[in-house]
Design a protein around this ligand. Structure first.
Ligand SMILES: Nc1ncnc2c1ncn2[C@@H]1O[C@H](COP(=O)(O)OP(=O)(O)O)[C@@H](O)[C@H]1O
Ligand SMILES: [Mg+2]
Length: 188
């Protein structure tokens, strides 16, 4: 029997960009939304833990995932979701100055905050997504409400051409936006 046909939309991004928040909204709107971390636990793909963060065997998870995805549109939420062969990848972005505030708000260590702020500044996840995924979009969540971010993701998932044009990757340049503030932001 053929596996059910799913259309997988990955919602990825540096921690703090708002993936879980937007996933909750999409779930409330009735969509199938799967958290990569929860799925990795369910499929026994956790291979360790570091600073309270679970380490996922991504290759193993990518192999197992096809068998458990529901039919139709499904959102996969998590900072590894773009590594699981999605049909569409949405990278959430956030101005590093605001990202730092959000991560400090989560009570994260200075080191972990800095590591993620740096990853956001150098477009780490976007580049990885562009290298691996066929269709990539990016949304700046800095001044956009979570409801609005969910609206954009919904439009992209439904194939809205205007949304696809407006959220093509490559428009965000944090180094240009934050300018000299960068020294203060990443000083150790
Ligand atoms: N669009 C947004 N605008 C402002 N704050 C947001 C937005 N999305 C999320 N947040 C806040 O940022 C923090 C991190 O959000 P979260 O959804 O946990 O991010 P992630 O799952 O990507 O790590 C939370 O405090 C959340 O309330
Ligand atoms: Mg999260």
């Amino acid at each position: 029997m053929n596996p059910p046909v799913s259309e997988v939309v990955a919602i990825t991004g540096t921690p703090g960009t708002g993936k879980t928040t937007v996933a909750k909204i999409l779930r409330r709107r009735g969509y199938s939304v799967i958290s990569v971390n929860e799925l990795a636990e369910r499929l026994d793909c956790i291979i360790g833990e570091e600073e309270g963060c679970k380490i996922v065997d991504v290759d193993e998870l990518a192999k197992k995932i096809a068998d458990v995805l529901p039919e139709g549109l499904v959102f996969l939420e998590g900072h590894l979701s773009h590594l699981l062969n999605p049909d569409i990848t949405v990278v959430l972005r956030c101005n590093p100055v605001e990202l730092k505030r959000r991560l400090e708000g989560k009570g994260w260590s200075e080191e972990k905050v800095l590591e993620n702020v740096e990853a956001e500044i150098v477009d780490f996840i976007l580049i990885e997504a562009l290298e691996r995924c066929k269709e990539v979009y990016e949304i700046d969540t800095t001044e956009r409400s979570p409801e609005d971010v969910a609206n954009v993701i919904e439009m992209i998932a439904k194939g809205d051409e205007e949304a696809k044009r407006n959220f093509k990757p490559g428009k965000i340049d944090w180094i240009a936006v934050i300018g000299n503030e960068i020294d203060e932001l990443i000083r150790i």
